[in-house]
Design a protein around this ligand. Structure first.
Ligand SMILES: NC(=O)c1ccc[n+]([C@@H]2O[C@H](COP(=O)([O-])OP(=O)(O)OC[C@H]3O[C@@H](n4cnc5c(N)ncnc54)[C@H](O)[C@@H]3O)[C@@H](O)[C@H]2O)c1
Length: 317
């Protein structure tokens, strides 16, 4: 990336801090404005506090950003994305999930006639950029002799039970929040199909489902568990390549992985511990977005595919 990028950041909560930390690594990036209805002032970005607004519409009256980043509660994404697309010429990076229901997806699709959705609207499917995911995906591509991925099990836990209503207000439900991360992560390994056995429990704080997929022409089943009923964050996935007896275990919390066959350890992945987990996701995500050739997993078509599967969970919306 060589051109200057003026960023408008909307929503100054938890994940906005990661966006700001990563954006600050780019000399070409300036923070043009921030938006948040909460009374706290804007953060300093490289020692400068940008103009701050309580509403996106007011900011877009005054500024011509190149990129609008939406880091607001999930249920606000679709409406704010629509505003940013219609009232500016900026690209729009929306936190995942893009929408909280299918009606909102239809609303955004309806803009297609007047707005270049494929060129301008991107979803921050950050889990697809996690380094252990990258490692495992490359390992599988590098070993076609291992055969298809015949089974996947993934469990994502977040300690949000103590946040109570605040967690539901920001993230809607465990499946809404983690399911989209699990699905976007799986697109690195397999071609996703329909959900089965899908159910939520604990008033939306837990979920379970299976998802059909194709791997090297073979149909397999992924089992996905997510829950907020835990004391600490823990996210792991296991991929079995049954024809060859290879199992790949990736720990998304530790950003580590290993592959084993029977009693043998056949590959390992670790890291130097210097990069915080969220930065490790968003740094490559922004590299991709700002490169001019964004990874398809950020794009509108992939988002539609992921959203339609994600929203097939009963009890959403
Ligand atoms: N927290 C994480 O680790 C994480 C990671 C990846 C993605 N996300 C996604 O990011 C989004 C935000 O999550 P969070 O954890 O930062 O939530 P948060 O509740 O900490 O922050 C949301 C912020 O948005 C502000 N806001 C609310 N309505 C607004 C509006 N209309 N205009 C501008 N600002 C508004 C709130 O005042 C708050 O400051 C969610 O969709 C979540 O799924 C969060």
């Amino acid at each position: 990336m060589t051109d200057a990028v003026r960023v408008g950041l909307v929503g100054l909560g938890t994940i906005a801090r990661t966006h700001l930390a990563v954006l600050a690594e780019w000399d070409e990036v300036s923070l043009e404005f921030t938006v948040d209805p909460r009374p706290e002032g804007p953060p300093s970005f490289r020692g400068v506090r940008p103009p701050h607004y309580a509403a996106l519409a007011d900011a877009l009256e005054e500024h011509r950003p190149d990129l609008v980043v939406l880091a607001t509660p999930t249920e606000t994404h679709a409406e704010l994305a629509g505003q940013a697309l219609v009232r500016s010429a900026a690209r729009v990076l929306v936190e995942k999930p893009l929408v909280h229901d299918l009606a909102s997806l239809a609303g955004l699709r309806a803009l297609e006639e007047s707005v270049d959705l494929r060129g301008r609207l991107f979803t921050a499917h950050h889990f697809a950029f996690s380094p252990e995911v990258d490692w495992a995906a490359e390992l599988i591509v590098g070993h076609p002799e291992w055969g298809p991925v015949t089974g996947i099990t993934s469990a994502f836990y977040d300690p949000y039970v103590l946040k109570g209503a605040e967690a539901f207000a920001s993230y809607t439900s465990s499946w809404t929040d983690s399911g989209v991360n699990q699905l976007s992560m799986l697109t690195r390994f397999v071609d996703l199909g329909a959900l089965g056995s899908a159910q939520q429990a604990d008033d939306g704080a837990s979920a379970w489902c299976t998802a059909e997929y194709r791997s090297r022409g073979v149909v397999g089943t992924a089992r996905l568990r997510s829950s907020w009923l835990t004391g600490s964050s823990s996210k792991e996935s296991s991929l079995v390549l049954g024809d060859s007896g290879v199992e790949i275990w990736i720990d998304h919390t530790a950003m580590t992985g290993f592959a084993a066959r029977g009693r043998d350890l056949i590959a390992t992945y670790g890291n130097d511990g210097r990069t915080p987990r969220k930065v490790a996701h968003y740094r490559p995500l922004y590299e991709s977005l700002l490169s001019g050739r964004p990874d398809p997993v950020l794009g509108f078509d992939a988002t539609v595919t992921i959203t339609e599967i994600h929203q097939a969970m009963p009890g959403l919306g």
